[in-house]
Design a protein around this ligand. Structure first.
Ligand code: PEP
Ligand code: MG
Length: 547
């Protein structure tokens, strides 16, 4: 029995046989060619075939993982058609009189290395995409297909890394789990795995690959990130029991669909969902969330190469509101900066981006971008029950400025005879200790607070949320954090405002009773945690129980 550890990307357990992912080795040789035009024609034909394949993969991805996640294959198509990339390949064929396979391999490598050397983590991750499309074109030139698993029994796929197109091409019914030696949690592969609900561990390390072989049995624990090769009987039994327990819990929770999130003494708590895209609404409805407590609007900006227009944003916000059919939807304005960088904002590089011009600071520094978003949001407010919330508030003057801009936008819309809802709630995130400490000043100015515990913890305990090495110093139940939450709730209630929690801590059911005792009115969590939190609410009580 051998144990390895990586990062769990999707929390579930699998036990089964291994299939080592065999990628067809594309042995490219340099060959001299005389017929340059013929070679360029071959290249054209291979590119057309690659694009046709990518269209098919896009369609499959659209069905399995939704529009946002499938978009990577549209990007792949764009990369195949990229002018610089194509010119570089064609130039090499013409000037060096070499075969197309060789030119694609060399230029593909050059472009991939150029991406890998960039500072931006998102751009670095594109390096794998360039390699992926170059291999696809080479395969088409060689009339071969990339490696596919042909087994019938569902297996645990073990690979060095998986390209996004390889991940989505896996037949979901034949894959129990996948484990890779490399890969980052930011990669599209990891995101796709999460959305395909496949237990997965990434970054297990090089050594694991030399230890696994086809047919070996393994346990994949996506909760702990543990990969156990050739487990003993007891380990298999434990894993199977854990898997069965999880299934049972999931089935039990299904029974809570349609039920109220109400404490034993009758207090209604709103159990809402956090999402980052319209594609996640299916999961919100499937898990019976009572509303959307946090729509991270920045993903709309992150997944494109230029600012979305007012009309584009309006269309998306309206779709979210209409899909939720009258249930409350809280959309957070842009929270770009820190770990979420967006190239076209052309922000100067910062020493400490988490303490830099992020979120509301960026919006107040770029009021035009902010105004476009607010116009789109207010226009959409006519189509449902909207709340708008502002992230990273630390000063009263920021909120004064925001409210002033909101008033200006409303009067603009009135002048233009454009409809919006006067009932739109305006709220702020409490995610800096400063905001919690002055919450008595902020509460009278807004309709609600939503506590962002992810950042509140990072800023209170001075622990970078991106740095795994400070995790031992980052006690999410730290009394300083809990006191700030309590203070925020009491100050909000003093002014008759409602308070939610939308950070990850909202899903920590060991704290549900404590949050409810403090008076928290809403808990907003990932869609898959909604029923778990509803179950915890239904076991809690709002009033103190007299001994
Ligand atoms: C938070 O900080 O808790 C939060 C919900 O916002 P984000 O995780 O998007 O920073
Ligand atoms: Mg935050």
């Amino acid at each position: 029995m051998l144990k390895f550890r990586g990062k769990g990307v999707y929390s579930a357990v699998a036990v089964g046989k291994i299939a080592v992912f065999k990628r067809q080795e594309l042995k490219v040789k340099r060959e001299k060619v005389e017929d340059i035009n013929g070679e360029l024609d071959r290249l054209q034909a291979a590119k057309a075939e690659a694009i046709a394949q990518l269209n098919e993969i896009y369609k499959k991805a659209l069905e399995e993982v939704g529009e946002t996640n499938a978009a990577i294959f549209e990007i792949h198509t764009m990369m195949v058609e990229d002018e610089d990339y194509n010119e570089a390949i064609a130039d090499m064929i013409v000037t060096q009189k070499v075969n197309a396979e060789y030119a694609v391999a060399i230029m593909g490598d050059n472009f991939a290395e150029m991406f890998a050397a960039m500072d931006d983590a998102y751009m670095q991750a594109r390096s794998a995409d360039v390699r992926d499309i170059s291999n696809r074109i080479i395969s088409c030139l060689m009339r071969s297909t990339s490696g596919e698993d042909n087994t019938n029994e569902p297996v645990i796929i073990c690979a060095d890394d998986l390209a996004p197109s390889e991940t989505v091409s896996l037949d979901k019914d034949k894959v129990l789990a996948f484990v890779t030696a490399h890969g980052s949690t930011n990669s599209h592969t990891a995101i796709l795995a999460r959305n395909m609900n496949i237990p997965a561990i990434i970054g297990v390390g090089e050594e694991f690959l030399s230890s696994v072989k086809d047919g070996d049995v393994a346990v994949v624990d996506g909760f702990t990130g543990e990969f156990i090769l050739n487990p003993d009987e007891k380990t298999v039994q434990d894993a199977e029991a854990k898997h069965a327990q999880e299934q049972e819990k999931k089935e039990l929770l299904q029974k809570l669909k349609g039920k109220d999130s109400i404490t034993t003494d009758g207090k209604k708590i709103n159990v809402f969902a956090n999402i980052g895209s319209v594609d996640n609404i299916g999961a919100v409805l499937l898990n019976d969330a009572e509303g959307i407590g946090l729509f991270r609007s920045e993903f709309l900006f992150l997944e494109r190469n230029d600012y979305p227009t007012e009309d584009e944003q309006f269309g998306i916000y309206k779709r979210v509101l209409e899909s939720m059919a009258g249930k409350k939807v809280i959309i957070r304005t842009l929270d770009i900066g820190a770990d979420k960088q967006c190239d076209y904002f052309n922000m100067p590089k910062e020493e400490n981006p988490a303490l830099g011009v992020r979120a509301i600071r960026l919006c107040l520094s770029n009021p035009q971008v902010f105004r476009v978003q607010l116009r789109a949001l207010l226009r959409a407010s006519a189509f449902g029950k909207l709340g708008i919330m502002f992230p990273m508030i630390a000063n009263v003057w920021e909120l004064e400025r925001i409210l002033q801009i909101c008033e200006e936008i409303k009067s603009e819309l009135k002048d233009e005879n454009i409809e919006y809802s006067e009932l739109t709630e305006l709220g702020i995130m409490i995610e800096t200790p400063a905001a919690a400490l002055i919450s008595h000043r902020l509460a009278p100015m807004v309709d609600f607070f939503s506590i962002g515990t992810n950042d509140l913890i990072q800023y209170t305990l001075a622990c970078d949320r991106q740095n795994p090495n400070v995790e031992p110093f980052c006690d999410t139940h730290h009394e300083a954090v809990l006191q700030l939450i309590d203070m925020t709730v009491q100050n909000a209630h003093h002014f008759g405002r409602w308070v939610g929690i939308c950070g990850e801590l909202a899903a920590d059911t060991s704290l549900t009773q404590q949050f409810i005792s403090m008076g928290v009115d809403e808990l907003s969590v990932s869609p898959t945690f909604v029923l778990k939190v509803r179950a915890a609410v239904r076991k809690s009580h709002a009033k103190e129980i007299q001994e």
